[in-house]
Design a protein around this ligand. Structure first.
Ligand code: FES
Length: 268
């Protein structure tokens, strides 16, 4: 008897075609760009997370998302909105409480899975191109079966997006009281984009509208499910845009904090 698992990962071998594949378009472009994009982002993020400096602009209360929430003993006290309780150590990121969950959330995201399975693991590199590996077990075994935890990482990511929103609210600050500058616009653009990515998550969509027999009896959940579905349709776009917005937001705050540039101020 063929089980669902068998049929998913052990389908009949490909037709006896001599050519390695029959694609005539530039199918390598996507995987190559993905490798370059993700590698560059991971290199930048790793440098910033362990740099442990230039993450907080005291005058305007700008806190980069890479250091939020700042919970290390090494954090500037004003930047630690939720207390400082982790030891200050060069190998412990200041936001060590949130970063592992954010990493897990992105690593197990349905879109990123497709992206890195294709580009880094060549499994398969593209549609109608043979797998780069002789054996294929899909996500039926350890460690890839752990991808199923994505639904739980969604809740953590939701909470962290709330914290990022709170950081953006607190950043309406200047030495005179209320303040507004280019940094605020950048922080808010980043937060809104993060919500577009997070609320378009497949797990969020299921939380909103899953396991319902009749949408007509759950109009509120139906509304949220519709919104989540609309965002979900562009999930890949949000995935890439938020990588860019996170890096840009962090870089801008680092540049202001380091004194390379001054924040463009509209108020305060
Ligand atoms: Fe991409 Fe959940 S599927 S974040």
């Amino acid at each position: 008897m063929t089980t669902t698992e068998d049929s998913a990962v052990s389908s009949p071998p490909r037709a006896a075609i001599k050519a390695r594949n029959l694609r005539i378009d530039n199918w390598r472009r996507g995987p190559i760009l993905t490798v370059l994009g993700i590698t560059a982002w991971v290199a930048y993020a790793t440098f910033r997370v362990f740099y442990q400096g230039d993450y907080w602009v005291a005058d305007y209360h700008y806190l980069t998302p890479f250091y939020s929430p700042c919970v290390s003993d090494g954090c500037v006290p004003e930047s630690a909105h939720f207390g400082r309780f982790l030891p200050d150590h060069p190998l412990i990121p200041y936001a060590a409480l949130s970063l592992p969950f954010l990493l897990a959330f992105r690593l197990t995201c349905y879109y990123y899975r497709k992206a890195y399975y294709r580009s880094f693991w060549l499994s398969p590199p593209a549609c109608a191109v043979p797998d780069g590996h002789a054996k294929y077990t899909g996500e039926t075994r350890f460690p890839l079966i752990l991808q199923n935890f994505h639904r739980y990482f969604f809740y953590a990511a939701f909470l962290i997006s709330v914290i990022n929103t709170w950081d953006a609210i607190l950043a309406f600050h200047s030495p005179d009281g209320f303040g507004l500058g280019l940094g605020n616009l950048i922080l808010w653009a980043n937060v809104i984009l993060l919500w577009c990515y997070t609320l378009g998550c497949h797990s969020c969509r299921h939380v909103m509208g899953g396991r319902l027999r009749h949408f007509s009896k759950h109009p509120v959940r139906y509304r949220f499910w519709t919104l989540s579905s609309a965002l979900n349709a562009r999930h890949m776009m949000w995935a890439w845009i938020t990588l860019a917005s996170l890096a840009l937001t962090d870089f801008y705050i680092m540049a202001v904090a380091a004194g390379w540039i001054t924040d463009l101020r509209f108020i305060g």
